[in-house]
Design a protein. Structure first.
Length: 245
């Protein structure tokens, strides 16, 4: 009973912190706004495809400013976090942020699904892609929260975005070759171990590509990476001792 009460309190605290951050709230709305714009200017099918690719970014944007700022601010020295309760609070942030990102994403997907069914264009592969996107979103939250132990003020998000820009630029360099990485990426087939390793590294930087049906098998890589980052955070939080400000 106490554990349930503690989780409810932590949920409310984390939710309040997220809503108080206008920057995070705005960024988390960007994928939905883009999809709404495409829905008005293009087709429902295009809007669904864009949504499936973009909605994991809601998870990423909510992962900004998660750990280092709160640990160093002295907020966790509040009486509410006596007897090491701050550790449970920090660990539960990942779960709470996942829920906060999932709720609006699932609501938008439900509306798009209903519209697609009414128009007769809905495919059940969209549901599998949504679940794949959820795996990507959870990876973003765990990666972002791990980076937030070392970087303040949303810099963790910026680092991930910069890594994605570099990954995309690498695709343009592959165009200089007669048969390059981009060609194998389009086919969804990699001829040897080296190219498979390159693709795995690419997906760790830009995991959204795994929402494509032909890459579903590689979602296991994200599951392992997520488990690794969760374990590292658990170790860090377990051994965390607050310094008196």
């Amino acid at each position: 009973m106490f554990a349930k009460t503690r989780f409810k309190i932590n949920f409310l605290l984390i939710q309040k912190k997220v809503f108080r951050s206008k920057g995070l709230c705005f960024l988390s709305l960007v994928p939905g706004l883009v999809v709404f714009y495409i829905l008005l200017t293009d087709s429902l099918a295009t809007a669904i495809n864009f949504f499936l690719f973009l909605f994991p970014y809601t998870f990423l944007f909510l992962s900004g400013d998660m750990m280092k700022d709160e640990i160093e601010s002295g907020v966790l020295e509040n009486i509410m976090f006596l007897q090491g309760e701050y550790r449970a609070y920090l660990l539960q942030k990942i779960l709470v942020l996942t829920i906060l990102a999932l709720l609006p994403s699932a609501a938008i997907f439900s509306m798009l699904t209903i519209a697609g069914l009414l128009k007769g264009i809905f495919s059940w592969i969209y549901l599998l892609q949504f679940l794949a996107g959820l795996v990507v979103g959870i990876y973003y939250v765990t990666l972002g929260s791990w980076l937030s132990f070392y970087f303040r003020g949303g810099s963790n998000i910026l680092i991930i975005i910069m890594a994605q820009i570099m990954a995309i630029l690498s695709l343009f360099f592959s165009l200089q070759k007669k048969i390059g990485f981009l060609d194998y990426l389009e086919k969804g087939h990699f001829p040897n171990l080296l190219y498979k390793i390159k693709f795995i590294i690419f997906t760790l930087a830009l995991p959204n590509v795994l929402i494509a049906k032909k890459f579903f098998l590689y979602l296991s890589v994200l599951v392992m990476a997520t488990s690794f980052f969760l374990f590292r955070q658990w170790q860090r939080i377990k051994n965390l001792e607050l310094k008196k400000q």
